[in-house]
Design a protein around this ligand. Structure first.
Ligand SMILES: [Mg+2]
Length: 239
């Protein structure tokens, strides 16, 4: 089968809601820690988010890192308050931190239509996503969009090297990356000279990085449904 081109499509916060579930879990933990220790919720939130990034850099993008960070946060505020951490509170934090990995995600507006368009117009659709292999595959399976995808590639962390591996024999000039993260999606694409379609969404502090908006391969889109016109101009019809 000859494809018109190869689409490397990010999943979380490009196709499906993700960060929203983390924010909700964070807020639950902020309330819980503030109530248990008497500390100001704003201070708990600030420190918890800081630890979330620190711990993720230490442990990598594994699902244990989220709970580890919030339990560390709880223990810190207990120490500041001069009280002993309680096992029951830690168990509750752990449980709340699992929700974003287990929830059935809502699809983002226009995502299903755009994947359908890519299929109909002859693109190979490769979901290129970072995180826990089983979790990411379950998300795609439960989305109802699996029939619109040709492949799912899950990597522990996105980088130019990982993207090069995922590309394999595909021609970089006939491939593109579409995603919400400057760090994980756009930077690797531009590093390999691929077209990069950036659909910014709120992103985790871990993921923030400067990119060169003057790179001719860089396209910033307001919404995912702006992708088809850009792709139609760049890629000829299937041959
Ligand atoms: Mg993403």
């Amino acid at each position: 089968m000859r494809f018109r081109g190869h689409a490397f499509v990010d999943w979380d916060d490009t196709i499906a809601e993700n960060i929203r579930y983390f924010r909700e879990a964070e807020e639950e933990n902020v309330r819980r820690i503030a109530a248990a220790t008497g500390w100001d919720p704003g201070e708990v939130r600030r420190r918890g988010r800081e630890l979330d990034v620190t711990v993720a850099r230490r442990m990598g993008l594994v699902k244990e890192s989220f709970a580890t960070a919030w339990i560390e946060c709880y223990r810190e505020f207990c120490a500041r308050a001069g009280i002993r951490p309680e096992a029951a509170v830690e168990a509750a934090i752990r449980e709340t931190c699992l929700i974003p990995y287990q929830v059935r995600q809502e699809l983002l507006p226009g995502a299903a239509e755009t994947l359908a368009w890519l299929n109909q117009t002859g693109f190979e659709v490769i979901i290129w996503t970072a995180g826990d292999e089983a979790v990411q595959r379950r998300k795609v399976r439960e989305s109802g969009l699996e029939h619109l995808t040709h492949r799912v590639v899950v990597v522990p962390e996105k980088s130019p090297e990982r993207l090069r591996e995922a590309l394999g024999h595909r021609d970089p000039a006939r491939s593109f990356v579409m995603g919400n993260s400057a760090h994980s999606d756009i930077r690797p694409a531009l590093a390999l000279g691929l077209l990069a379609l950036h659909i910014p969404a709120e992103t985790w502090a871990y993921d923030q990085v400067e990119i060169d908006p003057t790179d001719p391969n860089y396209h910033r889109l307001e919404r995912i449904t702006d992708a088809p016109p850009v792709l139609s101009r760049r890629f000829e019809e299937a041959v």
